[in-house]
Design a protein around this ligand. Structure first.
Ligand code: BES
Ligand code: MN
Ligand code: ZN
Length: 495
């Protein structure tokens, strides 16, 4: 863990010094002092490297001499043409791997305001995430060494306060990344429910439903998925009541697919890459992380999170292709393909969420279809919604936090794809438009008999896991959705 401090500007005499510079910069403040102390070495290095301050640009000057003491390195990092919270955060993320080898680093953010300084610090922290609990033989020299990261600010207490909020959000991101990274033998439904209990210390009310309660309720769609596994299913309901007693607004509901491992069931997946299916609980992970972020920063809103936790396994007790199950809504489903299990879990959860909480809006997150990866790659998650206003809010929130969404269509013609000959619907609609027919399936479990309810479905199959580093997301679990949901709540459902 790295300590992050906000201090008055003063040139450090050791460790790494980072100079965040915007396009068209002239060296000022600490950057100018550093240049003078090194007898112009900074200017010469930036010129030699062709450093212009562009986004993504960096230049490292090792062990500069002069009166500057014994700095190990000076790192210039580009802020782009118009520095804002997003570019400051990305620059902080880009700086992290360039300074993590030093025990101490000092960031010359003296030219940035408190909000941008905090954003820079937050970007570095988000990028610093590592899941290393199962590495028992890693050499100390291969681990990051940074113990103290100091950021210069004209108003350190203001920067510190802004960072406290961002830090609570990052805690939610880290929680989600931890959950998604855990191997499936460690993180099964019961264990994941246990980890949700950890949110109680943030003031979240946590309620766990087991198989007895779920069969009594009639969660037939979800239990059909669970029945092949030796591991018991769980539903966890998490409530954050931050709006205060004066508020009579209904809560925002967040719903997550939590398949702790998806073998496909009897419709077994092929072996290649099956290990990836440990992250089939990333929707639930994002909901849990978002609840932690929202509670951690004491959001003034009522938010309820529901996650459906199951393991999809083939066995003598597993459901068969051809089975017909009765969902919590009463609608029957012909299970054509046991690998289309996520929608079966969401079906019961969504109906239950609407019935119990009458939410002002409901948003589900799920690693639902391989088809969304074919459509959108790893750049955008698919957004499906019955409500243009909610869709716009989500698109905007996603753009603000670099968790980008792309809206996909819904419609009668796609709904026809899931008609069944023997039940109310079947659970697959064929390969063409596979993500859309999956969304249509889910929409059938949004109960609008008593009026419209704004609902959105985010298919995060392509964005939950990264195979290469991003600015603030080291490769691996991204926690996609945590910051998006937090921003949505902060922007529209508070106060
Ligand atoms: N969990 C998968 C979807 C998935 C694929 C997530 C790749 C992340 C990466 C989901 O349960 C699934 O198996 N979907 C099937 C649906 C099909 C049987 C209609 C798929 O996408 O192939
Ligand atoms: Mn599946
Ligand atoms: Zn799945």
């Amino acid at each position: 863990m790295t300590d992050i401090l906000f201090v008055k500007p003063a040139l450090p005499r050791s460790g790494a010094l980072v100079l965040p510079l915007a396009e068209g910069f002239t060296l000022a403040g600490l950057a100018r002092e550093a240049d003078a102390a090194t007898e112009g070495a900074v200017t010469r290095a930036l010129e030699a490297a062709g450093f212009k301050g562009r986004k993504g640009q960096s230049c490292t000057l090792w062990a500069p001499g002069g009166k500057g003491g014994h700095l190990s390195r000076i790192v210039a990092i580009g802020l782009g043409a118009t520095p804002d919270a997003r570019t400051a955060e990305a620059a902080g993320g880009a700086a992290w791997p360039l300074i993590a080898g030093d025990p101490e680093a000092f960031i010359a953010t003296d030219g940035l305001n408190a909000a941008l300084t905090a954003a820079f610090a937050s970007g570095a922290r988000l990028r610093s995430y590592r899941f290393d609990k199962y590495r028992t033989r890693e050499k100390a020299e291969d681990r990051p060494k940074l113990v103290r990261l100091s950021l210069a600010s004209a108003t350190p207490s203001e920067a510190k306060a802004a960072f406290a909020t961002l830090s609570a959000i990052a805690d939610g991101v880290f929680l989600a990344r931890d959950l998604v990274s855990e191997p499936p033998n460690v993180l099964f439904p019961e264990e994941m429910a246990e980890r949700c209990r950890g949110l109680e210390k943030l003031g979240v009310e946590v309620e766990v439903l087991g198989p007895k309660e779920l069969s009594k309720l009639g969660f037939g769609a979800m239990l059909g998925v669970a029945q092949g596994s030796a591991r018991e299913p769980r539903v966890v309901v998490m409530q954050w009541k931050g709006a205060g007693p004066a508020s009579d607004a209904p809560p925002v509901a967040l719903i997550g697919k939590g398949v702790t491992f998806d073998t496909g069931g009897i419709s077994l997946k092929s072996a290649g890459g099956m290990e990836d299916m440990k992250y089939d609980m990333a929707g639930a992970g994002a909901v849990i992380g978002a609840m932690a972020a929202i509670a951690g920063r004491k959001a003034q809103a009522d938010v309820v999170g529901l996650v459906g936790l199951v393991e999809n396994m083939p066995s003598g007790t597993a459901q068969r292709p051809g089975d017909v199950v009765t969902s919590y809504s009463g609608q029957t489903i012909e299970v054509i393909n046991t690998d289309a299990e996520g929608r079966l879990v969401l079906a019961d959860l969504l109906w239950y969420a609407r019935e119990r909480f009458r939410p002002r809006c409901m948003i589900d997150l799920a690693t639902l279809t391989g088809a969304i990866i074919v459509a959108l790659g790893h750049e955008h998650a698919g957004l499906f919604s019955n409500d243009d206003d909610l869709a716009q809010k989500l698109l905007a929130a996603g753009a603000e936090v670099e968790e980008k969404l792309w809206r996909m269509p819904l419609g009668e013609a796609y709904d026809k794809l899931i008609r069944s000959d023997i039940a109310d619907m079947k659970n697959v609609g064929g390969r063409p438009g596979g993500s859309i027919s999956a969304a249509q399936f889910i929409q059938r479990f949004i109960d609008t008999r008593e009026g419209h309810v704004a609902w959105a479905h985010l298919d995060i199959a392509g964005t939950a896991w990264a195979t290469k580093d991003g600015a603030t997301t080291p490769k691996g679990a991204t926690a996609f959705g945590v910051r998006l949901l937090d921003r949505l709540v902060a922007g529209h459902y508070e106060g």
